[in-house]
Write a protein that binds this ligand. Structure first.
Ligand code: DAH
Length: 363
């Protein structure tokens, strides 16, 4: 089918009868100029007879469309012309294109008349509601925590959610018979692979890849075989932190995490460390922060993370000399932090995707 078919299809909306001049073959400059001329003339007529936005859009595609537009097809004939004629042919084509664009633009301008100045807008009309979306409250907490640790010199590191048993447990000094490795606690994908139960394996992966000094923060999803109730979810976010260098001590751990609490909660927030046990740290602790939840009950201690000095076996196992390097790590649950911050009674609110709940956090 020849080119006129394109104008004919535009004509389905525009009522346009193309001239046959757009169908003849083009091998000489004269033919080229005649064709450019015909397209300019027929195109202008097409635009002038087009009624409405749809018809004008169809005319634009038929004339200037990048794939099948008449001008594009004409351009394809350019290389067939003798070299010395191409400059004149190109100029004619550009002139046609500009003329058509100008005609189209003025036709489109007529379609959208300026607002009627004699009728001022009704300022008493209610405004239109605009849905702007919101960052999820847990993501907000993660962003805030990441920003604070970035200022303290930490980099974000990520690891896989499908982990091997070795990275998730063995490399972190879990004894082979630890109850967390049982199938009723952990979701196994195969004998050896599982959905990571915590973000701590990223410690090992990072230490295998980079030599200290290392300061990383690792937010990510973790999975446990838990019921979905008011205080548990089978999948939730954790944020892991790791700091390894020469001469790093428990003092650095406490100083850094207290500074974090002051920046995240308030300048006067106090923290306390309670001894605790995690196989991959020694000594291990849980950190509480003193917060006023604004419920009239005053300040109280709220547990926000587990932490400790990284166990020498974890360092050595990852290829880091524990005689030379030491450091600390922590793991926290941003969902719990979001819950205490917003006084949420049920963790499931954070998973429901209920817009009435989520839009409260839109900024
Ligand atoms: N991985 C621990 C958990 O999921 C949290 C944790 C505790 C991480 C102490 C640490 C740490 O890095 O030092 O319960």
């Amino acid at each position: 089918m020849r080119r006129q078919c394109d104008l004919a299809s535009a004509a389905a909306v525009c009522i346009f009868v193309p001239t046959t001049s757009t169908c003849a073959p083009v091998t000489t400059l004269a033919q080229f100029l005649a064709r450019a001329d015909a397209i300019a003339r027929d195109g202008a007529a097409l635009i002038h007879t087009a009624v409405g936005r749809e018809a004008l859009d169809a005319a634009r595609v038929a004339l200037l469309g990048r794939k099948q537009g008449l001008l594009t097809t004409l351009m394809a004939a350019l290389p067939a012309l003798p070299t010395e004629d191409r400059r004149a042919a190109g100029a004619a084509m550009n002139a046609t294109k500009q003329a058509l664009e100008l005609t189209l633009t003025s036709a489109e301008a007529v379609l959208a008349p300026p607002p009627d100045a004699s009728r001022p807008p009704d300022l008493t009309m209610p405004g239109r509601d605009r849905w702007t979306g919101a960052v999820h409250p847990v993501s907000l907490v993660i962003d805030e925590i990441s920003a604070i640790f970035r200022e303290l010199g930490f980099t974000i590191a990520l690891g896989p959610e499908a982990e091997t048993e070795w990275y998730n447990f063995g490399a972190l000094n879990f004894p082979p018979d630890h109850p967390a490795m049982e199938a009723h606690d952990t979701l196994y994908l195969s004998d050896d692979t599982l959905l990571r139960t915590h973000t701590s394996p990223v410690q090992v992966r990072t230490l295998q890849t980079y030599t200290p000094p290392v300061r990383i923060l690792c937010p990510g999803n973790v999975y446990r075989r838990d019921f979905f109730d008011a205080t548990h979810a089978p999948s939730f976010m954790q944020i892991e932190g790791l700091c390894i260098d020469e001469g790093v001590s428990f003092v650095d751990l406490k100083a850094t995490l207290s500074e974090f609490a002051r920046r995240f909660y308030s300048g006067s927030s106090r923290v306390r460390l309670r001894p605790s046990f995690f196989p991959f740290v020694e000594p291990g602790a849980e950190m509480d922060v003193e917060v006023d939840l604004g419920d009239g009950k005053g300040s109280r201690w709220v547990e926000i993370l587990g932490c400790g000095m990284v166990h020498p076996r974890v360092l050595d196992g990852a290829g880091i000399d524990s005689e030379k390097y030491s450091g600390w790590a922590f793991g926290m649950g941003p969902a719990r932090i979001a819950m205490s911050r917003h006084k949420l009674p049920d963790i499931r609110l954070l998973y429901d995707s209920d817009v009435r709940f989520l839009e409260q956090f839109s900024r």
